[in-house]
Design a protein around this ligand. Structure first.
Ligand code: VGL
Ligand code: ZN
Length: 352
């Protein structure tokens, strides 16, 4: 059976990946244009051009610096070539993930209080309508086959330190510009303790077992989802679905995603610049290829949303529209930023 006459289309047919050694060797051969049994940077560039394409087959641009950096991850002996031995790691740890990612859809805090309750984002400076995320998320759940779905919920006790009404209950650190007696809604204070904690003062919200803490009634709930409750320790806030704000306690999300082989984390929900953003940043720090679904998020402040997006992109995450997600999950739209992110992960991972 002859295949891969056209290296350019090598990653077009997913069945190529089903017969392990054959397809790895066929891939190597397809891009080893001068048949010297090793891939030069230029030949690796050809491979990347075929690999990183959108679902219409159009190659994405890849900066020469990033190409060279990725090449050096796989050229272990630093002789300027990727030989067949070195290609094994490139194939099994990198190409396979790029072509066939394992996806998690993490739906952050789509709770009544953030939509029409005490901390409704429509009353915040960006004046977003939180309920607009619901149909977008529901359609994604209906039409995209994510490998894992996770819901997070902000879940505070009455005496939580993030509530402006509790500001006098916790000792203030001397460095706090705002003193307890003058503290108002949305001020940033610094609480004493180990560690010292910066805290924005929010209205009481998402109180455990209250209506405000319930998910929006129209949000679709799928079977076998992971559930993450966060912010239940009165003495520390927890914006992210992975860790509290001091990164001391862990919700277990990272472990559960890893157990399921997840490589790619798609994040959506409320609020973009608070809990969605913190979740996406921790996801990148945990080594997941991370994607924010912009139209499935609503936030608090336009300026902070923009800063968050810049942070995500600077760290090789991507911001996409939900309409682009299905082909990414299927491995037909393959982003160079995410390939680069994975290559850096492989470089920095401890050898085992
Ligand atoms: C959130 C403010 C306070 C959020 C949670 O879910 O984005 N924002 N607590
Ligand atoms: Zn909260």
């Amino acid at each position: 059976m002859s295949r891969v006459a056209d290296a350019d289309c090598f990653f077009g047919g997913r069945e190529e990946l089903l017969s392990p050694d054959d397809s790895m060797n066929a891939c190597f051969t397809a891009f080893d244009k001068d048949r010297d049994n090793r891939l030069s940077v230029v030949e690796f560039g050809g491979l990347c051009r075929a690999l990183f394409r959108n679902d219409a087959g159009k190659p994405y641009l890849l900066e020469a610096r990033k190409l060279a950096e990725m090449f050096s991850v796989f050229d272990k002996n630093e002789d300027g070539y990727i030989d067949r031995e070195e290609f094994k790691m490139c194939w099994s740890k990198w190409i396979k993930t790029v072509v066939r990612p394992v996806s998690a859809f993490v739906i952050v805090d789509v709770q009544n209080d953030f939509i029409s309750g005490s901390l409704a984002v429509c009353n915040c400076s960006a004046q977003h309508k939180g309920e607009e995320v619901v149909p977008v998320i529901n359609e994604a759940l209906d039409t995209i086959k994510f490998d894992v779905v996770a819901y997070s919920m902000d879940w505070h006790p009455n005496n939580h330190l993030s509530f402006v009404t509790n500001v006098a209950k916790y000792p203030m650190h001397p460095s706090s510009k705002v003193k307890a007696a003058d503290a108002k809604l949305y001020d940033k204070v610094v609480y004493d303790g180990d560690p010292v904690k910066e805290q924005i003062l929010w209205p009481p919200h998402c109180i455990q077992d209250s209506w405000g803490a319930e998910l929006h009634p129209d949000l679709k709930i799928v079977d076998n989802a992971l559930w993450i409750k966060k912010g239940y320790d009165p003495e520390i806030d927890s914006y992210s679905a992975f860790f509290d704000n001091a990164k001391i306690s862990d919700t277990g999300l990272s472990r559960q995603l890893r157990q399921r082989g997840v490589t790619d984390v798609f994040v959506c929900g409320i609020a973009t610049d608070v809990c969605v953003g913190a979740t996406a940043i921790h996801s990148l720090e945990e080594g997941f290829r991370t994607i924010i679904m912009d139209d499935a998020c609503r936030g608090v402040s336009a300026e902070d949303i923009e800063t968050l997006k810049q942070d995500i992109m600077r760290n090789s995450g991507v911001i996409v529209a939900t309409s682009q997600v299905k082909s990414m999950v299927q491995g037909r739209d393959r982003r160079p930023e995410l390939g680069y992110k994975l290559a850096l992960m492989l470089r920095d991972a401890r050898p085992c």
